[in-house]
Design a protein around this ligand. Structure first.
Ligand code: 5GP
Ligand code: ZN
Length: 113
């Protein structure tokens, strides 16, 4: 997707602070962290939002969730705990229209709801 910030981050056109990468997934530090640990995990395939998850592409979502425990461990929040957040659409405040999951940790017991 030519105009997608996250596609440009995945291709390296926009620099990022990478924390994990494999053939299907890219994870990087959020540029405007909302918690002491704030990483964004994205599929390399451009999927616009959670509304666009289908039987055909849900395997990549499964692989993101399979990798999150390993990423959380490397970030040092595995034991202390973390939130996995997806914002879908306007009323959720989704600002980048490329499916992504936030990993938020280091908040010392903080809940945001
Ligand atoms: P959303 O609000 O769509 O759920 O999350 C988008 C996230 O992407 C925001 O937390 C925002 O700070 C982050 N973001 C937007 N542009 C960039 C960028 O160029 N680099 C990085 N590392 N994060 C970005
Ligand atoms: Zn994209």
């Amino acid at each position: 997707m030519a105009d997608c910030i996250f596609c440009k981050i995945i291709s390296g056109e926009i620099p990022s602070n990478k924390v994990y990468e494999d053939e299907n997934i890219y994870a990087f530090r959020d540029i405007e962290p909302q918690a002491p640990v704030h990483v964004v995990v994205v599929p390399k395939e451009h999927i616009e939002s959670a509304n666009d998850i289908t039987a055909e592409n849900s395997g990549i979502v499964a692989s993101i969730f399979e990798k999150i425990p390993q990423i959380a461990k490397e970030l040092g929040v595995s034991e202390s705990g973390y939130r996995i957040v997806n914002n879908c659409g306007k009323d959720a405040g989704q600002t980048v229209k490329h499916l992504h999951f936030h990993i938020l940790g280091g908040t010392e017991g903080g809940k945001l709801y």
